[in-house]
Design a protein around this ligand. Structure first.
Ligand code: DWN
Ligand code: SAH
Ligand code: ZN
Length: 407
């Protein structure tokens, strides 16, 4: 899919960076599949009209989300706790009588299990069949399909309207945002609330965390762009709450227009966004320069370490690491292997640059001198667990917000 016009408002786009040729971020592959690997040009644009930041080209959805999807949400204990709190907040604040909760991108059930345990009527919509199967096996009601307007009608007919429509790190994956908004409009009870969170544009720009941009993440949201998107469907943003997850996210609360009071935090956040220049093209020029600098510094650091004969391994074969390794040109010359706890990734090679992905035990067996933390968003969880690595003299390399070695 290539779009020259804004996916939200159809205005002409202002492209501001190309990260070059990129593979499927979660397309970990065996050696015999190297020759047929798919690539696209990853260019990003800003919409001067509705302020939505978006990919210009995105692979077909089935190429990214299918029965071999490599990301299982339950791999992080911090995220498991985060979604337990998220679910508890929803139960406390938004459920009426005989409540019904829908979640899109429910993955292995990390959020919905909290509702299932309380016997609350729920439905997960998760197109990646392998992760959906894990959820179903845990007793979480899951449909393995892509959510869109037509499916909303089917759900309505079978289950009735929803009190809460949830999405975590899913909305920013879906280019047909209008179809989703229409589905939400159909499915929500008059007092119902859609609550979703995604990596926040303000954090990405401030921290130069450009690795939040990859094939799956077609949008980088702000309160301004989200308000414009939902306003087109008789829906409005009634609250926003910043989250520390995934390097800085924003949780948006959406309701039917006029149905609920609007919190002062919505206007306050929009004011902040204007101060940060999220609606000014020059901000994106600056971001591009920051990305280029970050890339050059990381490459130089890794080359210097190589010259000194140091061993460097990657820690966590994240989707984000695909952007870093391909944009910076990091191959096995510079990073020996990437350690990851996900069985489906192990024994395969990283997308594009083909660095071997090895089980975590390999990391532990013989610590490298340096570990490049591709899972920087899980810094607390990982460094706590890996005190032994530091005690043995190992050093972490970080590249967010700046390229540096942790001493
Ligand atoms: O938006 C998305 C987020 C929610 O999850 C998806 N598009 C895909 C995915 O992005 P990611 O792959 O960048 O997510 P994480 O959570 O930063 O990375 C998870 C990876 O890190 C997994 O492969 C497991 C690995 N990991 C590890 O090896 N050891 C993670 C932890 C916490 C660890 O201790
Ligand atoms: N909510 C989980 C998973 C995020 S990964 C978490 O925060 O950890 C994004 C998920 O969205 C994937 O599991 C993917 O299969 C799913 N997805 C992509 N397009 C979708 C669509 N149209 N409808 C529902 N889910 C979708
Ligand atoms: Zn637009």
């Amino acid at each position: 899919m290539t779009n020259k016009k804004c996916l939200v408002c159809a205005a002409p786009l202002s492209p501001f960076i190309s990260y070059g040729r990129m593979p499927i971020a979660n397309g970990f592959l065996p050696r015999d599949k190297f020759a047929e690997e798919y690539f696209f040009e990853m260019r990003v644009a800003y919409c001067p009209s509705c302020h939505m930041v978006q990919l210009i080209e995105q692979p077909e959805r089935e190429m990214m989300f299918n029965e071999n999807y490599a990301f299982f949400s339950g791999t992080s204990t911090t995220m498991t706790a985060h979604f337990q709190r998220f679910a508890q907040d929803v139960m406390r604040d938004y459920l009426g009588s005989d409540p019904f909760v829908v979640e899109i991108g429910s993955n292995d059930g990390i959020m919905l299990k909290n509702f299932a345990e309380k016997k609350i009527r729920h439905l997960g919509i998760e197109p990646s069949a392998n992760v959906a199967k894990v959820a179903s096996e845990r007793g979480i009601k899951t449909v393995s399909r892509f959510f869109e307007k037509d499916l909303a009608r089917e759900i309505l007919a079978e289950h009735g309207q929803a009190d809460a429509f949830l999405a975590a790190n899913a909305m920013c994956h879906i280019p047909y945002a209008h179809s989703i908004a229409e589905g939400v409009k159909i499915l929500l009870k008059p007092e119902g609330v859609m609550i979703f969170e995604d990596p926040y544009l303000g954090d990405v720009l401030e921290k130069t965390s450009y690795d939040q941009i990859y094939d799956e993440h077609v949008f980088l949201f702000s309160v301004q762009s989200i308000s414009q998107l939902f306003a087109r469907h008789g829906l409005e943003v009634i609250d926003v709450k910043a989250q520390g997850t995934h390097g800085g996210s924003m949780r948006y609360f959406i309701a039917h227009k006029g149905a609920r009071p609007i919190s002062a935090s919505v206007g306050a956040q929009i004011k902040k966004e204007k101060k940060l220049g999220l609606d000014e093209p020059k901000t994106y020029d600056k971001f591009r320069r920051n990305c280029e600098r970050s890339r050059d510094e990381l490459k130089k650091l890794l080359l210097d370490l190589k010259k000194q004969g140091r061993r460097v391994a990657g820690y966590a074969a994240t989707s984000k690491s695909t952007t870093i390794t391909n944009y910076c040109g990091i191959t096995t010359d510079l990073v020996e292997f990437i350690s990851d706890t996900t069985p489906i990734k192990q024994g395969k090679f990283s997308p594009g640059v083909h660095i071997p992905v090895l089980p975590y035990e390999k990391f532990k067996e013989k610590y490298p001198d340096y570990a490049l933390l591709f899972g920087w968003n899980h810094f607390e969880e990982i460094t706590r667990k890996e005190q032994g690595f530091r005690d043995a003299g190992g050093k972490w390399i970080l590249y967010v917000p700046k390229v540096h070695v942790l001493n």
